[in-house]
Design a protein around this ligand. Structure first.
Ligand SMILES: Nc1ncnc2c1ncn2[C@@H]1O[C@H](COP(=O)(O)OP(=O)(O)O)[C@@H](O)[C@H]1O
Ligand SMILES: [Mg+2]
Length: 461
């Protein structure tokens, strides 16, 4: 592995600091010093909020007041240091509470600030941390490979920028990563980008679609089996956790993995080895695991669908993919990106303003995947060399979009509406409820509309 390269990645990432203190003046004093160092800073006076920020973000430096109300600073530090490898903690104490310093030292606290302190004291402590956490101004340009991998994730919205930073941070390390988000938001794309940004990009990137694995084959597929482990196993087999070498194994829809295999995966992650079926000998596992799910994991751990212990192990580094409707200013760039991919051969490179307006009004329940499909199918409807227009879009999409923009009861909406309903019924084989869902309307509404447009028999076989 190339050490220099690894450092590049680390330095390309902005250091982020989390500050917990009850006193506004102290927050201002420390916050100012942090920002001078070029560190991205979040400050709060609430222990609960700090826990929340810690769970969400990728915090490098934590500065916490031992006497913060609510869950105290020590608790926060304990959690931070156990869950976030590489994090540095600074504890703010008074002469009276300094007695707990030994406890803090056992936890691995790097530095203290003893009240009362001044700007110079803060500066001294932060200077020591800065040696380990280079400021973002110092960042050199990423290597061409990293640039290319980052460019596969299109979009300049604030969430996308943060996702790129998280991808870089994850790439430099080997720890497991959990990617959360609705279907079509780009979870697999991000997993692949992490792999491609990492020094291990030459090793395999293996996708395991947990929802479609056959339950009888999962075990030997993932962990391998010994010769004669079961009837017909006339050869030993290496599971893909091992055959991925130092590469990445991407577990898509990890919550669909049967409970016992979730437990085995957890063990593999903790012990860095797997035990093939029918074998007494453990085999070392070096691959990095990235897992994704589109379900609400916290809920899934409560109802037992997702093992809590595996969740805790994976969530140390979590990347949240926001739905497309929450970053609509990425739509334009994405349309250009997909047009370059699907329209180039047909000489289709442009679209009407109405086309874009409509895409901006739509809520994109299928996220980027749905946008990609919409552009691709519009290109197929459009004649070579022309501009994409509203008439090239699927009518279910046009209908949903115009409804949500409040365009109601006009002759145009009625025409669109009728066409959309017919299309939805065709696509669902006459299933009224599924059609209603596709159109984003209720059950009673679709029955009313079927009557209104004399479509009661439409799509029925
Ligand atoms: N930010 C993005 N830039 C470019 N393409 C994207 C982006 N997000 C998603 N896509 C594309 O959308 C499709 C769905 O993405 P995928 O990663 O499979 O989503 P998920 O795994 O969350 O269901 C893929 O073709 C992917 O390349
Ligand atoms: Mg997927």
């Amino acid at each position: 592995m190339n050490g220099q390269y690894n450092q590049d990645i680390h330095m390309a990432v902005q250091t982020s600091a989390l500050l917990l203190d009850h006193d506004a003046e102290t927050r201002a004093l420390i916050g100012e010093s942090l920002e001078k160092l070029g560190w991205q800073t979040a400050a709060t006076d609430s222990g609960l909020k700090a826990f929340d920020l810690l769970d969400k973000g990728n915090v490098d430096i934590l500065i916490a007041d031992l006497e913060a109300p609510g869950p105290d600073g020590m608790e926060l530090v304990r959690r931070a240091l156990s869950d976030h490898p590489g994090l540095d903690a600074v504890l703010i104490v008074t002469a009276a509470t300094a007695a707990r310093a030994t406890e803090a030292e056992r936890l691995g606290v790097a530095e203290y600030l003893v009240r009362p302190f001044d700007a110079a004291a803060v500066k001294r402590v932060l200077a020591r941390l800065a040696e380990r956490h280079p400021a973002s101004e110092a960042k050199p340009a990423p290597s061409p490979e990293v640039e290319r991998a980052l460019r596969t994730m299109v979009g300049e919205s604030r969430p996308m920028q943060m996702i790129r930073e998280a991808v870089l941070k994850a790439a430099a390390k080997r720890m497991p990563v959990l990617v959360l988000g609705e279907s079509g938001t780009g979870k697999e794309l991000v997993a692949h980008a992490i792999h491609e940004c990492s020094p291990w990009r030459g090793e395999p990137f293996t996708v395991v679609d947990c929802a479609s694995l056959s339950p009888t084959l999962i075990e030997s597929e993932l962990f391998g089996h010994a010769k004669w482990a079961f009837t017909g196993a006339n050869q030993a087999r290496v599971g893909l956790l091992v055959s991925a070498g130092q590469g990445t194994v991407f577990f898509d829809e990890v919550g669909e993995l049967p409970n016992e295999h979730q437990a085995r995966l957890l063990r593999a992650l903790q012990e860095h080895e797997v035990r093939p079926l029918g074998s007494n000998e453990a085999v070392p596992m070096e691959a990095r695991v990235i897992a994704a799910t589109n379900v609400d994991v916290k809920e899934a751990t409560r109802n037992g669908k997702f093992r809590q212990d595996l969740y805790y192990r994976l969530k140390v580094f979590t990347i949240h993919m926001p739905p497309l409707r929450e970053r609509k200013n990425d739509i334009l760039a994405l349309v250009h990106h997909f047009l370059a991919r699907y329209g180039a051969a047909e000489g289709i490179a442009d679209f009407s303003p109405e086309f874009m307006n409509l895409l901006m009004q739509y809520d994109w329940p299928g996220n980027v995947r749905e946008l990609e499909n919409a552009v691709q199918s519009a290109v197929a409807q459009c004649s070579s060399g022309s501009k994409l227009d509203v008439k090239h879009l699927p009518s279910t999409l046009v209908y949903r979009s115009q409804r949500s923009s409040g365009l109601r009861d006009t002759a145009r909406l009625q025409a669109v509406e009728r066409k959309a309903i017919v299309e939805a019924l065709e696509m669902t084989g006459g299933d009224r409820l599924r059609a209603a869902k596709m159109l984003g309307i209720g059950k009673t509404t679709i029955y009313r509309k079927l009557k209104e447009y004399h479509l009661e028999d439409e799509g029925l076989n």
